[in-house]
Design a protein around this ligand. Structure first.
Ligand code: ATP
Ligand code: MG
Length: 297
């Protein structure tokens, strides 16, 4: 029951105006959770993650066997919010053959020579698969909105509010096209607080095993925190749709984020109610003959 309420609380209602102040990055997500202490919540979340991983593994096998739907998982976040760890844990039970992860960095010159959706279209999951976008076309209305100098070559015209509204429209229609063709789209924002990001950056600077994870560029982007927040709010208000909803995931505790992301994905794939492809009478006959042949060896 709490679980269902939680999944509802983190989903952005289509058409609503998002204020990130309404979404706690910590554990204050539902009044019902207040009666538990942190350790209790942590063990409940770990248990739930284990369950979800098993459920997702089963659901994914059916997804693969029925070969009709694909699932696209979009992950967006500020740096050090835990995208990589979430992918690793949430997908830990899934057959690697049925799953593909793409991480999108700054676009290349070739990519900038195409429309902004081009590089993402080429990476979409085929039927039967789960595709994960570690950053996505949403970068083109997030980092690019914060730093419009990244826009690259475009026909002349002002980059004003209507420019970004048109990009949201393009994204909404692109996603609707995908959904109509059998893709389930689930979008997650890992909502880490500025204080927790500082703690994680400091850990990367202090712990030699984590030095490699630190990047000065991440620290530079932190200076733009407010602008990113506004860009995220505008983006979620404009692009959380019935067919491709956003989920704002409290990410200050990695265990909470992992339980919630896996919960949403497992539920959505299970709700497809997939069944293995039905056996035709000819196929049944062929299987019986194959068995007979093997038995007569
Ligand atoms: P990690 O740091 O864990 O490896 P990451 O996703 O932060 O993962 P980086 O290589 O550090 O990967 O950063 C990629 C950078 O590319 C981000 O700063 C992101 O905002 C930027 N980027 C992604 N897509 C675009 C885009 N379309 N235009 C401009 N910058 C982009
Ligand atoms: Mg990075």
């Amino acid at each position: 029951m709490i679980h269902r309420k939680l999944l509802k609380a983190i989903r952005v209602k289509p058409g609503s105006k998002v204020d990130l102040d309404d979404y706690d990055p910590g554990l204050h997500i539902l009044p019902e959770l207040e009666e538990f202490d942190k350790d209790e919540l942590k063990s409940m979340a770990s248990e739930k993650l284990r369950e979800n991983v098993v459920e997702l593994a089963e659901a994914q096998e059916l997804l693969y066997a029925s070969d009709v739907y694909s699932v696209l998982i979009v992950l967006q976040a500020m740096d050090a919010a835990g995208k990589d760890g979430t992918i690793k844990h949430v997908m830990s039970g899934v057959n690697p053959q049925g799953c593909q992860v793409f991480a999108f960095k700054k676009p290349s010159a070739e990519e900038l020579d195409h429309n902004f959706l081009w590089r993402y279209m080429r990476a979409l999951p085929e039927r039967g698969r789960i595709g994960i976008f570690n950053r996505s076309y949403y970068e083109d209305v997030l980092v690019v909105k914060v730093h419009p100098e990244y826009l690259g070559k475009l026909p002349k015209g002002k980059v004003d509010e209507s420019f970004w509204q048109k990009r949201y429209d393009d994204i909404n229609r692109f996603e609707r096209h995908l959904v109509r063709n059998g893709t389930i789209i689930l979008k997650f924002f890992l909502n880490v607080s500025k204080g927790e990001q500082k703690r994680r950056f400091l850990e990367r600077l202090e712990n030699p095993e984590k030095h490699w994870k630190f990047s000065e560029a991440d620290l530079a982007e932190r200076d733009w925190w407010k602008d990113y927040r506004k860009a995220f709010e505008d983006c979620f208000s404009a692009t959380s749709t019935k067919w491709a909803p956003w989920h704002i995931i409290p990410a200050d505790h990695k265990w909470a984020a992992r339980a919630l992301v896996s919960g949403v994905i497992a539920k959505e794939v299970k709700d497809l109610d997939l069944e293995p492809p039905p056996l035709t009478p000819e196929r049944k006959k062929a299987l019986a003959q194959a068995k007979k042949k093997l038995m007569s060896e």
